[in-house]
Design a protein around this ligand. Structure first.
Ligand code: HXC
Ligand code: NAP
Length: 284
């Protein structure tokens, strides 16, 4: 199914594509013949990833620094991309998250997550969609990377759960509005796929390989498993799938809470929370 050239002729933007799952998906898209564009706030991270992927795959990678919270910056990024050719697909992957007691969140903390995940995904989706619709370009796709909390909520990760649920509503709504225009909108809700970014902010102690005891398949996800699902959804083989959110989580959605370590967090002291906050702020 994943033959060479599956994504040939497709130009794909992955937001937050310099690290973690965004990078894993981008690399897989390149292996399958796509042209890749990655964005994020840190240009040095993007440049390093783009250079490495070009060397490793021989593919074409463009790196564009952009803060997706800034609508004007998103428009400028899309203009820059379109100068060298249109996109065929957008992956809304950039995100911010941390664990915190919700009643102690400041407005800026809430905004930091909502602006990145909800507004950033909306800005990117509308900016790409408008260009596709105005040009009459068909066979395009928006894929948003959500979390299980979009479906179930998640204690101690409330702004992220709210934002991801909002993105799911966008994906489902646009499947109807943009379907007749030849644009599919789909989503993936991953369970635990350890990355440095997520472990630093969401795993007490920061360990990368902690396996949640509540995962029925008793292991974390492999990045390639998520990347293959994303490649399938963007490919023409998934041409009749739209408005759908695919869960890939080892069976965890059938358990009571979308988050990890929740029972442990409910018993944390102020000192535990302070330690976690310091860990999350450690490196960006
Ligand atoms: C409470 C916090 C906080 C924390 C920051 N803030 N960290 N509040 N707990 N741990 C508050 C700050 O005090 C500030 O409010 C406001 O948030 C903005 O903080 P800044 O550091 O100025 O923001 P910024 O530099 O823009 O960084 C954004 C960020 C950061 C979200 C806080 O973590 C980041 O850049 N994250 C990007 C990568 C990421 O999060 N990756 C994980 C994705 S994994 P005040 O009022 O003090 O000014 C994922 C997995 C989902 O999403 C699966 C879940 C199960
Ligand atoms: P990550 O490595 O921290 O990825 C987040 C990426 O988003 C980074 O490359 C970051 O780059 C970028 N980013 C953050 N804020 C941005 C902004 N304002 N503008 C542009 N780019 C921004 O974490 P990850 O684990 O790979 O997460 C990737 C996606 O998977 C997220 O949507 C996350 O919610 C989802 N997810 C992950 C897991 C998991 O277990 N890892 C589970 C469920 C869902 P800069 O810092 O350079 O901007």
């Amino acid at each position: 199914m994943f033959q060479d050239g599956l994504l040939k002729g497709k130009r794909i933007l992955v937001t937050g594509g310099g690290t973690g799952l965004g990078a894993a998906m981008g690399r897989r898209f390149l292996e399958l013949g796509a042209e890749l564009v990655i964005c994020g706030r840190r240009s040095e991270v993007l440049e390093e990833t783009a250079a490495r992927f070009q060397t490793e795959t021989g593919g074409v990678v463009m790196a564009v620094p952009c803060d997706v919270r800034d609508a004007a910056a998103v428009e400028a990024m899309m203009d820059r991309i379109w100068e060298t050719g249109p996109l065929d697909a957008l992956v809304n992957n950039a995100a911010g998250n941390f664990i915190a007691e919700t009643h102690k969140l400041s407005p800026r903390a809430i905004d930091a997550i909502l602006n990145t995940v909800l507004h950033g995904s909306a800005y990117c989706t509308v900016a790409a969609g408008r260009r596709w619709i105005e040009a009459g370009r068909r066979n395009c796709c928006v894929l948003s990377i959500l979390t299980l909390s979009a479906l179930k909520g998640s204690a101690f990760r409330v702004p992220s759960a709210m934002a991801k649920a909002g993105v799911l509503a966008m994906i489902r709504s646009l499947a109807v509005e943009w379907g007749p225009k030849g644009i599919r909108t789909v989503a993936i809700a991953p369970g635990p796929f350890p990355t440095a970014g997520a472990s630093q902010r969401l795993t007490p102690g920061g360990g990368d390989s902690v396996v949640d005891r509540e995962i029925p398949l008793q292991r974390n996800g492999e990045h390639i498993e998520l990347a293959n699902l994303a490649a399938f959804l963007l490919s023409d083989m998934a041409g009749y799938i739209t408005g759908e959110c695919i869960v890939i989580d080892g069976g965890k959605q059938f358990l009571s809470d979308a988050g990890s370590h929740t029972l442990e967090l409910m018993n944390w002291t102020d000192e535990d929370w302070a330690r976690m906050r310091a860990q999350a702020a450690g490196k960006r």
